[in-house]
Design a protein around this ligand. Structure first.
Ligand SMILES: CC(C)(COP(=O)(O)OP(=O)(O)OC[C@H]1O[C@@H](n2cnc3c(N)ncnc32)[C@H](O)[C@@H]1OP(=O)(O)O)[C@@H](O)C(=O)NCCC(=O)NCCS
Length: 271
């Protein structure tokens, strides 16, 4: 296995994407990095963890940043042949292919409200509740409003969310997940205004602010809805369990909320 490398895909139009159909039947406008990310997510979440295929690709994918980690896998195409004296008469022929083995995404604010403790969510919809505007809305219609306060979140501060972290089974234990988390955090530290909404484009009113200084801007808060069994790994990467968020279920899998505050210093307001 060669040295891994990581690719970043910034938010992009993904119209026409469908999971589970052959790549060559999808629109050629869909970036390859995204197809690779979905190949990993399908393998891990759909095939291994049993998440319904139709719930895996969602409305947050086009507005998120995605990272994919690749390793070069060398495969023997034609084996070496030696004669009776042990001399090579035909050398081994091999080919090297970059294989996507892991992925993570970073979702910008605003988000849906924090999940209800004890809630049972399927495709973002709380079981037992009508599929109304607050349960599965499109991100552009989500208001910048007050959420319920939790241990690390005052309910108001804009936060980014890491999620869909997955590494293909055969490649686990090589710290690829850790490398993906580090890449994502280093990138947002270097680009702290990337997701801040433009005041000029949206207008203060839509941003729920009356002055420019009140417009939502990211100040270093990162959240993850962690599968409970992976919370220890997230803790290693600096995240702390938010007791106030409680525990809930997504696609039948128990989750907890965790936060990390990155020190990003001062930054300019995006006008
Ligand atoms: C979780 C996952 C992404 C980790 O990938 P990985 O590349 O093997 O992780 P790393 O090698 O970077 O391991 C990071 C640390 O977490 C620990 N860890 C990894 N997976 C773990 C798991 N399932 N349970 C407990 N600890 C785990 C490792 O022991 C490691 O600790 P170390 O650095 O002290 O050795 C991978 O197991 C996976 O895809 N699981 C299925 C999907 C999933 O649960 N995603 C998480 C959604 S929140």
């Amino acid at each position: 296995m060669g040295t891994p490398f990581v690719s970043l895909l910034e938010p992009s139009k993904l119209e026409g994407f469908q999971l589970g159909v052959p790549r060559d039947t999808l629109p050629s406008t869909i970036p390859r990095t995204f197809l690779d990310a979905m190949e990993v997510r399908e393998e891990v979440f759909v095939k291994e963890q049993g998440v319904p295929q139709e719930n895996e690709f969602d409305v947050d994918d086009p507005r998120s940043c995605h990272w994919v980690i690749y390793v070069s896998v060398n495969k023997t195409e034609v084996p070496e042949i030696r004669n009776e004296e042990g001399n090579v008469v035909r050398p081994r022929k091999s080919s090297t292919r970059s294989t996507p083995v892991g992925t993570i995404r970073m979702v910008p604010f605003p988000h849906e409200p924090h999940p209800k403790p004890g809630g049972d969510y399927w495709d973002g919809v709380l079981k037992g509740e009508a599929n109304d505007a607050n349960s599965h809305d499109i991100p552009s219609s989500r208001p910048f409003v007050q959420d319920r306060p939790t241990t690390f979140h005052d309910g108001k501060e804009p936060y980014i969310k890491l999620g869909r972290l997955a590494v293909v089974k055969d490649y686990r234990g090589y710290r690829f997940a850790g490398q993906l988390v580090k890449n994502a955090l280093d990138w947002i530290k270097a680009n702290p205004s990337f997701f801040d909404p433009s005041i000029r484009e949206l207008g203060l009113e839509q941003l729920g602010a009356s002055t420019e200084a009140q417009a939502p801007q990211w100040r270093g808060l990162v959240c993850v809805h962690a599968q409970e069994q992976v919370a220890k790994a997230w803790a290693k990467w600096g995240f702390e369990i938010d007791e106030g968020m409680g525990k809930w279920w997504e696609e039948g899998i128990p989750h907890v909320g965790m936060f990390l505050r990155l020190d990003i210093g001062q930054k300019d307001i995006r006008i």
